[in-house]
Structures are given as structure tokens and as C-alpha cells.
Design a protein around this ligand. Structure first.
Ligand SMILES: N[C@@H](CCC(=O)N[C@@H](CS)C(=O)NCC(=O)O)C(=O)O
Length: 261
């Protein structure tokens, strides 16, 4: 029995849903509304002390951290493998997934908040915002969220996040010059891991990155054409978020292009 605490637009949750879809596993979902502070409720914090989604529950075992959850899924249901069979390939895969946890995810959080999500919070009361900020357990994440709420695209977190993706796309391009998937000849948890980020960057108007990296563009199309990506990512897109991205994209695109030009 699998239960996933998740959110429709969360990139980390989308990563886990994609891994589950690749494995053709059935699961029960409990959807959290992050803008209502569901991830900060005391009952949820008992499962996930970081106050974030996803949280994966398999029978009596609770697992947090999307990268760890994806590895757990692959280890527990190995029939359709998502890890390269050789140790060199697995090392390559983990070098990619490690980067997500060491800055790439935080950078998409900064971009998403500067460009779009900030506006959802600004529509709420000052009290709601203060309660949400106070409920963020990690001091660095709290500080970043506060700066972005106040300053938006002028926040000092914006430009470094754009530059982190520029570097990432350069690294992708170099790797994809000699293999079809990030970790080698097979689609792996590395490709699963980045799939929701590719979609998010498009939503946020960072198209210039794809335009400048033709091999990444081809890979992103191969990733997007997998049924698991449709099932784990695209079919969850929330129309309210899509219209917010649409509304903010031109301004974001201009700010990004200015940094990268
Ligand atoms: N390292 C964590 C990061 C999880 C994370 O940051 N989740 C975000 C959504 S993608 C979240 O729940 N944010 C809570 C909020 O916005 O209040 C993981 O990979 O599971």
C-alpha cells in the first residue's frame, strides 16, 4: 500500500509521481494545499519535519526527500529499472540527482517565487503571510522567502538562480554531446529528477536556455514524450497556476534575457 502526500504543482512531488508512473505502480494521494499552509500543520510535521512535500508512506514506513524516495521506489520495485546497471552509470546518475538537492531545487524555488508564487501570497493578508513565514523550519529558506516576498524580481536571490540554470544547461549540453540520457544509454532517475524542472522553466519563461542549448532541447522533447511524464507531471498542471505563469511570463522573460544577454 503506497500513500503519497503531494501537491499538484510541486516539482519534487512531480518527480516522485513520474517514478511511480514509470513503474506502473498504484498509489493513494493526499493532496496538500501549500498556500493554505497544509504542510505546516502539526499532524503533517510529524511525518515530514521539514514542512514540505512529498512524503511517501509504504505500508508502515515513512520516507521523506524526493531523491531518496525515488531511489527507494527503484530499489523496492526493480522490475522496470530506473538506475543504470553498472556502477559508473549509477555514479553519473547520482552526480545529477545530488545537484538537484544541492542548489538546483532551491534555485527553481527562488525563480518560481520571484516570478509567480509571490503574487499568490501578496493577495493574502499580512497575518497569513507572517504565519507562513514563521512556520518555515529552515532559517535560510525563511530568509529567502521573506526577501522574495518583499522584492520580487529585484531580490538578490533572482540573478544567482538564473545563473545557476545557465551553468546547469551548459553542463547538460556537454553531457548530452556523448550520451542520449543524462546517465548513459538508459532513461534513469536522473532524467526523472529533472523532468519537472524542464517544464517549470518553460512555464516561467526561461526559453532562452533551451534556444541556446540544442542538445538539451532535443533531450527535453524526448523526456516530455514519455507517458510517465504526462501521467506524473502534465496531467496535474493546475489551471490557476498556468494562468498566473502566463500573466507573469513576459516580464520574467525580459528580466532573464537581460541577465543572460
Ligand atoms: N529536498 C526536498 C524539497 C521539498 C520541497 O522543497 N518541496 C516544496 C514544493 S516543491 C514544498 O513543499 N514547499 C512548501 C511550501 O511552499 O510551503 C525534497 O526533495 O523532497
Amino acid at each position: 500500500m503506497i500513500t503519497l502526500y503531494h501537491n499538484d504543482m510541486s516539482v519534487c512531488a512531480a518527480k516522485v509521481r513520474t517514478a511511480l508512473a514509470e513503474k506502473e505502480l498504484k498509489w493513494n494521494g493526499i493532496h496538500l494545499n501549500l498556500r493554505a499552509g497544509d504542510a505546516q500543520k502539526p499532524e503533517y510535521i510529524k511525518l515530514n519535519p521539514n514542512a514540505v512535500v512529498p512524503t511517501f508512506v509504504h505500508d508502515d514506513k515513512t520516507i521523506i526527500e524526493s531523491t531518496v524516495i525515488c531511489e527507494y521506489i527503484d530499489d523496492t520495485w526493480p522490475e522496470i529499472p530506473l538506475k543504470p546497471l553498472d556502477s559508473w552509470g549509477r555514479a553519473q546518475m547520482r552526480l545529477w540527482t545530488k545537484q538537484l538537492d544541492e542548489g538546483v531545487h532551491a534555485a527553481v524555488g527562488a525563480l518560481s517565487f520571484c516570478i509567480a508564487f509571490r503574487h499568490q501570497w501578496l493577495e493574502k493578508s499580512g497575518e497569513d503571510r507572517a504565519r507562513w513565514l514563521a512556520g518555515i523550519p529552515q532559517a535560510d529558506r525563511r530568509q529567502r522567502s521573506q526577501s522574495i516576498l518583499e522584492l520580487g524580481l529585484a531580490s538578490p536571490y533572482f540573478e544567482p538562480a538564473v545563473r545557476r540554470y545557465e551553468k546547469l544547461f551548459d553542463d547538460f549540453e556537454a553531457t548530452l554531446g556523448h550520451r542520449p540520457w543524462l546517465a548513459g544509454d538508459m532513461f534513469s532517475l536522473a532524467d526523472v529528477g529533472y523532468a519537472p524542472y524542464l517544464a517549470r522553466l518553460r512555464h516561467l519563461g526561461l526559453n532562452i536556455l533551451f534556444d541556446r542549448h540544442p542538445l538539451v532541447l532535443g533531450w527535453s522533447q524526448r523526456v516530455a514524450s514519455r507517458p510517465s511524464v504526462q501521467d506524473g507531471i502534465n496531467r496535474w498542471f493546475n489551471p490557476k497556476y498556468l494562468s498566473l505563469f502566463e500573466e507573469k511570463r513576459a516580464e520574467a522573460k525580459a528580466a532573464v534575457d537581460k541577465i543572460l544577454r
